[in-house]
Design a protein around this ligand. Structure first.
Ligand code: CA
Length: 227
């Protein structure tokens, strides 16, 4: 039995039904909302473990819903948006959403995203502050050393910052803007192009050419997977 409670926020009834049927068949518990204000209230009163949130809602924008919920909660949020809403998707991720699904999406995709979140939720419970371990990767925060199969990697300071940022947000999609601002500061001159170069060399050192550890989300950003 799955103990997770999911809040589904979607005004489009067929899509909402598709999501709730999928959840039910996979033993998730769920509650639903079709409007933004209702979603904010339900997330405060029911404290769901995860939220699946449509961005185009009839009363307030999904991005605003995220902003409000993030003032008191770090609950994982998966946004659902139409392909035409790419800019909104990026704003939502910048506001603190964890992941996204683009309509039309398959039931399998939805379940895969939920599992990514679950792995992260499971991970935070026994998280260690001084060390990060993800399959072959180990970061020792105290000494500032990164190991792959217990062999030390020689990373530049920027690469080290990058891998720590991705590790801290494991399972979460980080936008280019967020990464650039966090690594280089808010008035950074650095572009997505230079971020790509740093990411390529980091990946090479990690032996991650297949992108199993660090996923590229084209036009959006990057995510470290919990392996
Ligand atoms: Ca909608």
């Amino acid at each position: 039995m799955n103990e997770y409670l999911v809040l589904v926020v979607e005004d489009d009834k067929p899509i909402r039904n598709l999501i709730t049927t999928t959840l039910k068949m996979n033993d998730y518990r769920y509650i639903t909302a079709s409007r933004g204000h209702e979603a904010i209230m339900l997330s405060a009163s029911h404290k769901p473990d995860m939220i699946v949130l449509d961005l185009g809602l009839p009363d307030i924008d999904g991005v605003e819903v995220i902003g409000q919920i993030r003032t008191w909660s770090e609950v994982p949020i998966i946004i659902v948006s139409a392909r035409s809403e790419d800019q909104d998707k990026i704003s939502a991720l910048d506001k603190g959403a964890d992941d996204y699904l683009t309509k039309p999406f398959s039931v399998d995709e939805l379940l895969a995203r939920l599992r990514v979140i679950q792995r992260r939720l499971g991970k935070t419970e026994n998280a260690s502050v001084t060390e990060f371990v993800n399959e072959r990767l180990r970061i020792d925060y105290v000494s500032g050393c990164v190991y792959l199969d217990e062999k030390e990697l020689h990373l530049t300071p920027i690469e080290y910052k990058l891998i720590c940022l991705l590790a801290k947000n494991v399972g979460k999609v980080l936008t280019h803007k967020y990464i650039i601002q966090t690594i280089w500061g808010s008035n950074a001159e650095n572009s997505e192009a230079s971020l790509r170069v740093f990411m390529a060399t980091l990946r090479k050192k990690l032996g991650d050419s297949e992108q199993q550890l660090i996923q590229t989300h084209i036009g959006i950003g990057y995510r470290m997977m919990k392996l």
